[in-house]
Design a protein around this ligand. Structure first.
Ligand SMILES: [Zn+2]
Length: 269
C-alpha cells in the first residue's frame, strides 16, 4: 500500500512540476492560478470588509503608487525574459489597513495589504518598496501554492490515493497555507529558503522599479531593532536571522543595480 501511495505521489509530483521564471527552478505546484486565484480574491475581499481600510490619505496613495511601480517592474522583467502575459490573471490591488501590527502580505494574484503598523519601520517610499518587493516576490515565486501542494501530498498519503481534492479540502489547504482562519491574513512563516528567495527576487524588482536596492539592508536593520515588539512570523528576527538577511541583501545590491541597468534604470530614489 505504501508503495502505491509513493507511486501516485511521484506521478502527480512530476506532472505538477513547472519551471518558475523568477526562481528558474522546477517546483512542486499542483495548483494552477485558475484554481487558487478565485479563493484568494474572495478571501481578500472578505478581509477588506472585516478590517479598517485607509482611503485617500497620502500614506494610502503611497502604498498604491509603490505597488503599481513594483508590479510594472515585474511585468517588464517577465516580458524581457520571454514570459509576456505571464501575469495576465493577476488582479493587482494595494490596500493600507489601519492596524498597529507590523505586517504586510501579498496573496496569490497580486492582492496586497500593508498595515499602518509597519510604516514607522518602512519610513520612506523606498522602505515601502523593500517590503512590497519582498511580499510580491513570495506570490511571483508561488511560495504559497507550493505550501498548499505539500499539504496536498500529505493528504493524498493520508487517504491512500484519493487525488481528487474536493473544494472544501482545497479551501482548507489554502487557509492553512496562508494562515487564514483564527487570525485572518496573518501569514504563516515561510521556510528559510523561501524567505531568501523572496529577498533576492524582491531586490531585483525594486531596483528595476527605480528604488535604491541598498535601502533593503537598512530596512531590515530597522526591522531587527524593532524585533522585540509584536512582529508576526513573517517579520520575526530568527528566520532567516536578520544578520544573514542583511548580509545577503548588501551583497546582492550591486547585482540588482546591474539588472536594473538592463532596463535603462541607472538612477534610484
Ligand atoms: Zn517573507
Amino acid at each position: 500500500m505504501k508503495k502505491i501511495i509513493l507511486i501516485i505521489a511521484v506521478f502527480i509530483g512530476v506532472s505538477a512540476c513547472k519551471v518558475n521564471p523568477f526562481t528558474g527552478q522546477k517546483t512542486l505546484n499542483f495548483y494552477p492560478n485558475s484554481q487558487i486565484f478565485p479563493t484568494a480574491f474572495a478571501q481578500y475581499d472578505q478581509f477588506l470588509t472585516e478590517n479598517k481600510v485607509v482611503k485617500g490619505t497620502s500614506e494610502a496613495q503611497m502604498i498604491t503608487k509603490v505597488g503599481q511601480r513594483i508590479s510594472a517592474a515585474a511585468e517588464r522583467w517577465l516580458s524581457a525574459n520571454g514570459y509576456p502575459g505571464y501575469l495576465k490573471d493577476y488582479k493587482w490591488e494595494y490596500n493600507l489597513v489601519n492596524d498597529e501590527t507590523v505586517n504586510a502580505w501579498c496573496m496569490p494574484g497580486g492582492k496586497i495589504v500593508f498595515y499602518t503598523g509597519i510604516l514607522p519601520i518602512t519610513q520612506t517610499e523606498t522602505g515601502v518598496a523593500v517590503v512590497m518587493g519582498h511580499e510580491v516576490a513570495h506570490a511571483l515565486a508561488d511560495h504559497g501554492a507550493q505550501r498548499m501542494s505539500a499539504g496536498t501530498l500529505q493528504q493524498v498519503g493520508a487517504v491512500a490515493g484519493n487525488i481528487a481534492i474536493q473544494d472544501e479540502q482545497k479551501r482548507n489547504l489554502f487557509n492553512q497555507a496562508y494562515g487564514i482562519g483564527s487570525q485572518v491574513g496573518v501569514m504563516l512563516p515561510f521556510s528559510r529558503s523561501h524567505e531568501t528567495e523572496a529577498d533576492r527576487i524582491g531586490l531585483q524588482i525594486m531596483a528595476i522599479a527605480g528604488y535604491d536596492p541598498y535601502e533593503a539592508a537598512k530596512l531590515w536593520k530597522r526591522m531587527k531593532a524593532n524585533s522585540g515588539g509584536q512582529s508576526p512570523p513573517e517579520f520575526m528576527s530568527t528566520h532567516p536571522s536578520n544578520d544573514t538577511r542583511i548580509n545577503n541583501l548588501t551583497a546582492w545590491a550591486p547585482l540588482a543595480k546591474e539588472e536594473a541597468a538592463k532596463f535603462g534604470v541607472t538612477t534610484f530614489r
